[in-house]
Design a protein around this ligand. Sequence first.
Ligand SMILES: Cc1ncc(COP(=O)(O)O)c(C=O)c1O
Length: 407
Amino acid sequence: MNVGHHIEILRREFPILHQKIRGNELVYLDNAATSQKPEAVTASILEYYNQYNSNVHRGAHFLANMATARMEESREVVRSFVVAQSIEEIIFTQGTTDGINLVAYAWGNEHLKEGDEILIATSEHHANIVPWQELCKKTKSILKVIPLQADGSWQENFTEFVGDKTKLVAVGWVSNATGVVHPIREIIKAARKVGAKILIDAAQAVCHFPINVQELDCDWLVFSGHKVFGPTGIGVLYGKKATLESMHVYRTGGEMIDRVSFSGTTFNQLPFKFEAGTPHIEGIIALAEALRWLTNIGWDLIQEIEQSQKVWMQDVINSFHELHWIGMAKERVALFSFVHPTIHAGDIGTLLDQQGIAIRTGHHCTQPLWESMQLPGSARASLSLYNTEQEIMVFKKALAKSLKMLS
Ligand SMILES: Cc1ncc(COP(=O)(O)O)c(C=O)c1O
């Protein structure tokens, strides 16, 4: 079976893709913002509400026990997906942003002091910048930033930014603005040499390649369910057990306690210590369904599809000499950011939308990156497993038409 055939089969599982927008077949190329959901995922949410909706960990009855069992099975699915050592290392969050804030608060406030350094890169999403800026204000730590090269990759001497004062390296694996894959293994090695902690923002990596946190040897890894075929409002914080144990609590209240009395409170064990209140139960169950769905496709096929999509997009890139394609580093995912010298990206996005094509325009929550490139932002087409060669050709034609109209 050729790649195109595999894509067609996968597409059938996404009802949302089979509709017309303004009279045109929908071409959804905004997958870096959020992916669409296969029927297996939406069905798992319906099944939860129609068959065993109940609160968890308070198992006085059949449904509560069933919901708890399904939620904890889901934790095991996530553990296996990221190859963590134990389920105690898997904490459910609201998403990538929430996971990073948890670490900044629960680890950063306790472990950083004046003059300590946190290292990030210019390519970071705001979610991996602002929590550290706030932490630096509180602890008088210093935020250091790896600069970028013209092709969107980190400056070649990036490991030299890691030094004796570095206490944390927090970096994005794949840039949501440029699609560039960053050399996180090398920076982790450099961070380990000086005893710094390491956080990996895998929001854009999680649907592109397999994750093995033990092999990576990071302290934390965060991602969002909605970018990997799961629902919004649910995410994962993987943390090394010893590191999590050294952290103070974050949100407080029900579920995360061991015993509460007016003379003092003791906290629950991992991972519940970091999960205050009623969790996003159906989100957790549906996220596990999404990860099962992805795993069942198999990483070889996933990567074969993406490789073909990159080749198909190459034809589009080559045909528009007037466009400046950003982040064309060798290591990249199927995400394509571009600017026109005179036409505003927002206008391109509007005209494409009128032709049924969904892309993203603007700064993509990476304002410092655009500042460093002296650009206001870009138009971004980001692909997923269900995008066909024909859709890419439709995009090419519609883009040509839009640029002609706007010139
Ligand atoms: C690289 C990266 N980090 C963090 C985030 C924030 O994710 P969320 O809004 O799901 O918390 C995003 C979302 O676009 C992202 O692309």
